[in-house]
Structure formats: C-alpha cells, structure tokens
Design a binder for this molecule. Structure first.
Ligand code: NI
Length: 469
C-alpha cells in the first residue's frame, strides 16, 4: 500500500514536472513579439503623434519589429530618390540601434523600450527638394517614462542641409525676431511668456525647420516654448518675409508657368459598394456638381445593385474592381485571386451592357511583388486616406480631404456609410471651389501624361513603383 502510494506520488510529481517545463518553455520562447498587441499600443500612443499629417510628397512605409529589448513601429517616407531614401532610412535605423545593449548607458541596459515614429513631408515645389519632419516617441516600459523628440531633415537639390547652412548666419537675430512676433500674433491668449527664453537668440531656435512652397515652418518640442503646453508649437513665416535671410543658393528660382492644362486635378475613389442608399446619394451629389469619380466595387454587392452600376457608366464615372468578396490577396491562392477578379468583371459587364473595368484596387491596400505579378491590371492605391470606415464621422472626413488633397491626389473613401455620403456633399463643392477638377482615376493619369500599367501599383499621379513585401 505504502509502496503503491509512493510510486504514484512520484509518477504524479513527474507529470507535474513535465507540465512545469512546458509552461516555462511557453513563457520563455512562446511569447514572441505580437504584432496585434503592438498595433494597439501604437493606436493608444497616437495622441503623441501628428494629427492630419501633411504628406505632400512620398508615401508611407511602416516597419514594425523587435531589436534587442526594443519593440519598434516606425513610419517613414519613401521617395523616388534612392539616395534620399537611404539617408532617411539610416537616420531612423540608427535611432533604433541606440537601444542595442552595448550602446545603452549601464543603468538602462536591462530596460525594455518601445519606439515609435511618425512624420510629415513638405514640398517647396522644386523637384529635387523636400523637407521631412519626424516625431519620435520612446517609451521606457521598465522605468515607465516617455521621451519624445522632433527632428527635421531638409533636402535641397538632393543634399541634406541644416539651419546653419540654409540661413545666413548674420541674420539669425532677425529671423528669431520674426518668429517671436509671429508667435505672439498667432497666440493672443498666451500671457506672461518670456520670449527671450522661449525663443533664444541663437541657431537652436531655428534648428527644426521645413520649407514649403510659400513659407518656412519652425517646429518646437512639447513644452519647449510653453512649459505647461501639451502641444507641439509651430511657427510659419511667409517666404516674402524671410527670403532675404536665406542663403542665395537656396532661394527659389523664378518659375515658368506651364502653358498646358495646369488646372489641379484629383480623383475621388469609393470602395466596398455599391450601396443602395449611400452610393445613390453620392452619385446625386457628383451629378449636381458635374464631378466624376471612381467606384471600386465588390462583386457580391454588384449582384444586388446592377442599376447603380448602369448609372455610373451612363454618368461617365469609372468602375474599378475591388474583388468579389473583399478577399485578402496576401493569403489567397493564385487561382482564387484570378477567380475573384474575373467573376467581378463579368458581373459588371453584364450589369452595364459590356463595361469592363481596367483597374483593380486590392482590398485593404495589400499589395506586394507577388500580387502585382499575378494581377493583369494596374493596382490603384491612394495618397489621401480619410479613414472614414474607422471614425464614421463626416466632419473628420471633410477635414482630412480639405487639408491633405493636392494636385494629383487619389482620395480614399467608402460609399457604404451614410456619414461618408454626408461628407461628399461638402467635399465635392469645396474642392471645386478650391480650383480642383474632379476626375476619374484613368483621366487623372491621362491628363498628366502619366503611365498606368498592369503589374504596377499607384499611390498618386506622381507615382513610382516600389517592391515592398
Ligand atoms: Ni475595401
């Protein structure tokens, strides 16, 4: 009896031991960096990041991963210029590499970090020049503190310049005076500010600047100008004010106006429809304003609303293919992808008496080299993301479009939400009032004499092709 008990307890102890090993193994090896968890954190931290980013040039590249004890999620821009991309990528990369154990100060060596970046881009209208403003956020999860900093990069004629080389050193005082004056003008409610302390009379005050077509914008970290202010401060000076203080070689060249049709053009695009109510409302607004748009429709919705497709064609809008069932192209098989696209094209053709789409928009914007090789159509992405599906708020959609739209933009909305249809009622007349022609995607590319070819993806009309996995 006693023997039996001893044997059993031992046996149980053994199983318990095995279980313990498995559990330990799970905690040590099983809990890898989790993308979803990380994305959520990123959203949670979005209050730190720029709202309504200006992205005049380039397009967003997002990298997430883990390097030693830092999880990172960095947004940075990609441009046509390889040299420029390399410089920016190295800058971001070197920031992440700072967390390598051997680079950390001794009292930080066992800490865990998260690192985020977001950015804006600014064009001064000159092809070889662009400014980028980065915002970095470092969270020390062990010591529970955040560290945030700004940095701008200004490229002029393909070279990185800084405040010391860009501005005339003899004029720093004058520039600082202009900044102080403008700040007071823009912030009449701010009292008791010590301007000498907030904007010291030296290069430091000018260090984070960007150049736009008509102005120079200076940025200041949270708390730098106003100790209790939780916002990033920016001061924008018109070039007409500051031009004399810029080095001759960086001054804008006088532009020769283009004689060809130079009216700015944009393409409104609507995904995931057609929808019985919202699509109809949107078509009414477009008709009233003589505007054209592109509808990337889902095959399964076409079956329910063939009359809306017919109307789109009659009113000279463009219809694009958004697959049959909003399938994720990254995980679908080759056969499935072709089936989803061709089935949808056939449905559109039969509803409209023969109209066959020439464009595809991949669901979720998922696109890589394999998908591009596989799909025999140009893949149309976007440069202005309204996020209407996420916030379902007409005012935010309107705000985003009016702030971010530039000549050649492709704007992404969804014609299945009533809030998006509401937004369109304001957006269409406002864009026209601002001087934009609202055209279909194909017409946008035609008007700019830009290629639109199968096996390529396009973000806007000044597009270039990249193979990012
Ligand atoms: Ni979609």
């Amino acid at each position: 009896m006693f023997k039996w008990l001893k044997k059993n307890v031992l046996k149980k102890g053994f199983y318990f031991f095995i279980l313990l090993i498995i559990l330990l193994g799970y905690f040590i090896f099983g809990r890898k960096s989790n993308d979803l968890h990380f994305t959520l954190n990123y959203e949670k931290n979005s209050k730190y990041l720029i709202e309504n980013c200006r992205r005049d040039l380039g397009y967003l590249q997002k990298l997430t991963g883990r390097f030693y004890d830092v999880s990172y999620c960095v947004n940075f821009p990609i441009f046509e210029n390889r040299r420029l991309n390399n410089i920016l990528f190295n800058e971001v990369n070197s920031k992440i590499c700072r967390y390598k154990k051997s680079n950390l100060k001794p009292n930080y060596q066992n800490d865990k970090f998260e690192f985020f970046s977001n950015y804006q881009t600014f064009s001064c209208g000159d092809d070889d020049s662009v400014s980028v403003q980065f915002q970095f956020l470092e969270k020390n999860l062990t010591k529970k503190n955040d560290f945030e900093f700004l940095q701008t990069y200004v490229f002029k004629n393909d070279k990185l310049v800084n405040a010391r080389t860009f501005f005339k050193n003899t004029e720093i005082k004058n520039i600082v005076n202009l900044i102080r004056k403008k700040f007071v003008e823009n912030n009449p409610k701010v009292k008791n500010i010590n301007l000498e302390k907030a904007f010291p009379n030296n290069l430091h005050t000018l260090r984070n600047f960007v150049e736009t077509e008509n102005s120079i914008i200076f940025f200041y970290e949270r708390g730098e100008v106003l100790p209790n202010n939780c916002k990033i401060v920016s001061v924008e000076l018109e070039k007409s004010l500051i031009n004399d203080y810029i080095h001759e070689k960086f001054k804008p060249k006088t532009k020769v106006e283009n004689a060809v049709d130079s009216k700015p053009k944009v393409a409104l695009t609507f995904d995931d429809g057609p929808d019985e109510d919202s699509t109809k409302e949107i078509l009414d607004v477009l008709k009233e304003n003589g505007a054209k748009a592109t509808f990337f429709v889902l095959g399964e919705k076409c079956k329910e609303n063939p009359e809306l497709l017919k109307r789109m064609v009659e009113e000279e809008h463009e219809i694009g293919n958004h697959t049959y069932s909003h399938v994720n192209l990254k995980s679908a098989s080759e056969r499935k992808i072709n089936e989803e696209i061709e089935k949808t094209n056939s449905l559109i053709a039969s509803a409209t008496g023969g109209y066959r789409p020439n464009l595809v928009r991949p669901p979720g914007g998922f696109c890589n080299k394999k998908i591009k090789n596989l799909i025999d159509y140009p893949l149309i992405l976007w440069s202005v993301d309204t996020m209407d599906w996420n916030h379902k708020n007409a005012d935010r959609t309107i705000d985003k479009v009016l702030k971010l739209t530039r000549d050649g933009s492709i704007i992404l909305m969804h014609d299945i939400y009533k809030e998006s249809a509401e937004a369109v009622k304001v957006i269409v007349p406002k864009l026209i009032e601002k001087g934009f022609d609202l055209v279909t995607v194909s017409n946008l590319f035609d008007s700019k004499d830009a290629d639109l070819e199968p096996h390529n993806s396009y973000y806007n009309v000044k597009n270039f092709d990249l193979d990012i996995e």
